[in-house]
Ligand binder design. Structure first.
Ligand code: NAD
Ligand code: G3P
Length: 387
C-alpha cells in the first residue's frame, strides 16, 4: 500500500493539468525548447541556489540553456565591483565566501538585462527588497514566463498578508511557485545532504514547463526535491518558522536549555499551523509534518540559523536589533525580525494578537522592551486548564 505521502506525490504527478488559465503561456507551451534561467538575488541563499541551478543546466543540456544569469545588487569590494569578482574569480566573496561557483553562472548588475529573454525566473532576495524589484520589472516580463520564489517571508499590505509567490504573480502577471526547506545555505553550498520542498502547480494544461522541469532544475544528489501543490503551506511554513527561530535564540541566550527550546518549538509549530489554517485554509496540515519545509526547517533553523544567532545575541548584548544584525550578519538579513513585525501588525488589525502568544511575545521582545524571561508566564495563559 502507498503511504499518504507517496499517494499524494503520485496524484500530483498525474494532475499537472491545472486551473488558472488566466496566465497566458505562449512560450511555456512551446515544445521543449532550451529554457533560459535567471536568478534574481545573490546573497547567501541566492548564490547557493544559483550554484545548484547552474550545475543542473550544465547536467541537462537538452532541457536548459547552459548559462544562468544572476542579478547582483552591485557593490564595491575594495576597488572592485562584486559582479567582476564573481565573473572572474567565480566566488561570491561577500555573501558566500569559500565556495566555488560554476563558470556558467554569470553575474549581471542590471536587473532588466538579467531577466530579459529568460523563460524561468528564480526570485531569491530578502523579502523587504522584493517590492522595489517588482516595480522595476513590472510590464517587462511576458506572461508566458514561469517563476519560483525561494524567499522566506510574507508581503504585508493594507488588505492583509499576501504570500510572496502570489505577490509576484499579482505584480508581474506570471505564475510563481515556492521553494522552501530545511536549507541552511552554507551547508547546501558545501554539498552536504539536505532536502527541500517545492510548491509548483502547472498553471496551464498546455505548459511545457512541468513539475518535472522544475524538479530537474533544482534536484541534486545532495539536494533532494519533493514537489507538491500546497503553495500556501510551503510559503507560510518558511516565513513563520523564522519567528520561532528567533524565540529559540532568546531561550538559548537566557541559557535555559533544550527542554525549554523544545517547548518553544512545540508552541511555535502550533501557531504556525493555526495561522495557516485560519488565514489560508487552502494550506494542508501534512505539509507541516511530512515535508522538509515544515517541522524539519523549524528544527534546523532553531539550531543553526541566522535568526537563532541574532536571537541569542539580542538577549546577551541587549543591543538594538538592526545594529546587531549589521554587526553579526555583515549585510545578510535575518528575515524573522521583519516577519514578526508584519505578522503582528496583521494579527493586531484583526484583533487576534492574543491568540498567538508566542508570535506576539517575539514582536514585543524585539520592539517593545518585553523581558524574554516572561515567556513561560505568557505561554501558561494559553495552556489547557484542568478544572
Ligand atoms: N541564507 C540561508 O541560509 C537561507 C536559506 C533558505 C532560505 N533563505 C531565504 O532566502 C531569501 C534570500 O536570502 P539570502 O540569504 O540570499 O540573502 P542575504 O540575507 O544574504 O542578504 C543579502 C543580499 O541582499 C542584497 N541587498 C542588500 N541591499 C539590497 C537592496 N537595497 N536591494 C536589493 N538587494 C539588496 C545583497 O546584495 C545580498 O545579495 C530570504 O528570504 C531568506 O530567508 C535563506
Ligand atoms: O539562517 P536563517 O535563520 O535565515 O535560516 C536559513 C534557512 O531558512 C534555514 O532553512
Amino acid at each position: 500500500m502507498l503511504s499518504s505521502t507517496s499517494a499524494r506525490r503520485l496524484s500530483l504527478l498525474g494532475s499537472q493539468v491545472a486551473s488558472s488559465a488566466r496566465l497566458s503561456s505562449t512560450a511555456a507551451m512551446a515544445p521543449a525548447a532550451k529554457y533560459k534561467v535567471s536568478v534574481i538575488g545573490s546573497g547567501n541563499w541566492g548564490s547557493a541556489i544559483a550554484k545548484i541551478v547552474a550545475e543542473n543546466t550544465a547536467s541537462n543540456p537538452e532541457a536548459f540553456d547552459l548559462n544562468v544569469r544572476m542579478w547582483v545588487f552591485e557593490e564595491m569590494i575594495g576597488d572592485k565591483k562584486l559582479t567582476e569578482i564573481i565573473n572572474t574569480q567565480h566566488e561570491n566573496v561577500k555573501y558566500l565566501p569559500g565556495i566555488r561557483l560554476p563558470s556558467n553562472l554569470v553575474a549581471v548588475p542590471d536587473l532588466v538585462e538579467c531577466v530579459t529573454g529568460s523563460d524561468i525566473l528564480i526570485f531569491n532576495v530578502p523579502h523587504q527588497f522584493l517590492p522595489r524589484i517588482c516595480s522595476q520589472l513590472k510590464g517587462k516580463i511576458p506572461p508566458s514566463v514561469r517563476a519560483v520564489s525561494c524567499i522566506k517571508g510574507v508581503e504585508l499590505s493594507a488588505n492583509g498578508i499576501t504570500l510572496i509567490a502570489s505577490y509576484i504573480t499579482e505584480q508581474l502577471g506570471i505564475y510563481c511557485g515556492a521553494l522552501s526547506g530545511a536549507n541552511l545555505a552554507p551547508e547546501v553550498a558545501q554539498e552536504k545532504f539536505s532536502e527541500t520542498t517545492i510548491a509548483y502547480k502547472v498553471p496551464d494544461a498546455a505548459d511545457s514547463i512541468t513539475q518535472k522541469t522544475i524538479k530537474t532544475l533544482f534536484h541534486r544528489p545532495y539536494f533532494h526535491v519533493s514537489v507538491v501543490n500546497d503553495l500556501a503551506g510551503v510559503s507560510l511554513a518558511g516565513a513563520l518558522k523564522n519567528i520561532v527561530a528567533l524565540a529559540s535564540g532568546f531561550v538559548d541566550g537566557m541559557g535555559w536549555g533544550d527542554n525549554a527550546k523544545a517547548a518553544i518549538i512545540r508552541r511555535g509549530l502550533l501557531e504556525m499551523t493555526q495561522f495557516s489554517r485560519e488565514f489560508f485554509p487552502e494550506s494542508e496540515a501534512s505539509t507541516f509534518t511530512e515535508e522538509s519545509c515544515g517541522v524539519a526547517d523549524v528544527i534546523t533553523s532553531c539550531a543553526g540559523g541566522r535568526n537563532h544567532k541574532l536571537g541569542v545575541a539580542m538577549i546577551k548584548t541587549k543591543k538594538p536589533v538592526f545594529e546587531l544584525e549589521n554587526e553579526l550578519l555583515k549585510g545578510q538579513k535575518a528575515q524573522g525580525v521583519t516577519t514578526a513585525q508584519e505578522v503582528n501588525a496583521f494579527l493586531t488589525k484583526r484583533g487576534k494578537a492574543a491568540e498567538y502568544p508566542l508570535f506576539t511575545a517575539v514582536n514585543d521582545i524585539i520592539f517593545n522592551g518585553l523581558d524574554s524571561s516572561a515567556l513561560p508566564e505568557i505561554l501558561e495563559k494559553v495552556e489547557k486548564k484542568v478544572e
